[in-house]
Ligand binder design. Structure first.
Ligand SMILES: CC(C)(COP(=O)(O)OP(=O)(O)OC[C@H]1O[C@@H](n2cnc3c(N)ncnc32)[C@H](O)[C@@H]1OP(=O)(O)O)[C@@H](O)C(=O)NCCC(=O)NCCS
Length: 331
């Protein structure tokens, strides 16, 4: 059976130059490198420079993804930016990326699903491609998350960082075989009853301010472990696969303990789990494509590998996606 699907043909990322270590943070607030490492696995985070915007990070990651995919800007007919920290209330940060790239075809818009944003944006782009509405999509996760932190709140400010990652998807008419290349499936969920355990206390309609991140960490942790566990099982079952079939888990980088717990549940050895939380901290929508790009660039993830993405964030919103990397004819 012939079936249109989205191939993931390239990725790229960008991290701001400035690195903020735990030790530097410990000089400003009542915390310590040891506490942060033990509870989260984070050693440092990147922080955007003054005047460096989410669109700048997104644009840099996009250019690298296009180069890796060997795709010209003129071929792009869909740009989606997943972000919680847009440059402006409107228009969409994606339109700034579009203009920066010099792309003029198709649509550009943002998706807001906080830390699950990249998985959401990937699902949206995949469905546009499957429906035949788009053929070549740039899907970006980009954040200047440090701009919405309360730097006096030690329970949140130590956890996050800035960065961007991007992937290029391309429509392909392949066979319906689940072992075929491209995005095999995506699975999205949200539960608005849990809005209050992770939110920002501001917004254009409510306060007229941007606001700062508020979080009930223990509750978020509890939901993350159970909801990510179920959505991983859902993704595998939907494709008739088991955890043993997965070559790489590319998880959202929120907490090393949550990542380890997913790996244990799947009985995946640590070396099959892409983890960069020590250097990036939680970059929200950027975390999954940043981790993916790192592992593709250092040669761990290669053509034909089966990769499982998962992420959860404010909303609560969470999801997973299964992707077999690369082009069928190169496998
Ligand atoms: C935030 C998180 C690391 C906190 O770890 P925890 O083990 O739950 O720690 P607690 O919140 O119970 O705090 C334990 C103690 O450490 C203190 N503490 C909190 N932040 C601290 C910090 N940065 N440095 C030192 N101590 C800190 C607390 O005040 C508390 O002290 P107390 O026992 O005297 O009250 C953890 O809950 C977590 O990772 N949650 C999920 C967060 C997440 O993933 N968010 C993003 C989702 S996208």
């Amino acid at each position: 059976m012939s079936m249109r699907r989205s191939l993931l043909i390239g990725c790229g990322s960008y991290l701001p130059e400035r690195i903020l270590s735990n030790a530097e943070l410990a000089k400003k607030i009542d915390t310590s490198h040891e506490w942060i490492v033990q509870r989260t696995g984070i050693h440092q985070r990147h922080v955007a420079a003054d005047g460096e915007l989410t669109s700048d990070l997104a644009l840099a990651a996009s250019r690298r993804a296009l180069e890796a995919a060997r795709i010209g800007v003129d071929e792009i007919d869909l740009i989606i930016v997943a972000t919680t920290t847009p440059d402006d209330t409107f228009p969409a940060t994606a339109t700034k990326v579009q203009a920066g790239l010099g792309a003029v075809r198709g649509a550009a818009f943002d998706v807001q699903a906080v830390c699950a944003g990249f998985v959401y944006a990937l699902a949206v782009a995949d469905n546009f491609i499957k429906a035949g509405q788009s053929n070549t999509a740039l899907v970006i996760g980009a954040e200047t998350f440090t701009r919405i932190l309360d730097w006096q709140d030690r329970s949140t400010c130590v956890l996050f960082g800035d960065g961007a990652g991007a992937v290029v998807l391309r429509g392909y008419e392949g066979s319906g075989d689940p072992s075929d290349h491209g995005i095999l499936s995506t699975h999205l969920h949200s539960d608005g009853r849990e809005r209050d355990i992770l939110y920002v206390d501001g917004g254009p309609s409510s306060t007229g301010t941007t606001g700062h991140v508020k979080m009930v960490g223990k509750e978020v942790y509890r939901h993350a472990v159970s909801k990510l566990g179920s959505v991983i099982e859902e993704a595998l079952a939907a494709n008739g696969l088991t955890a043993e079939d997965v070559d790489w888990l590319v998880p959202h980088q929120a907490n090393r303990r949550i990542i380890d717990s997913m790996a244990n549940r799947m009985k995946l050895p640590t070396e099959k789990v892409i983890c960069c939380i020590d250097r990036h901290a939680n970059t929200s929508a950027a975390s999954v494509p940043l981790a993916l790009t790192e592992a593709v660039q250092d040669g761990r993830i290669t053509q034909g590998d089966l990769v499982l993405f998962e992420a959860i964030g404010g909303g609560l919103a969470w999801g997973a996606g299964l992707v077999r990397m690369g082009y069928p004819d190169l496998a």
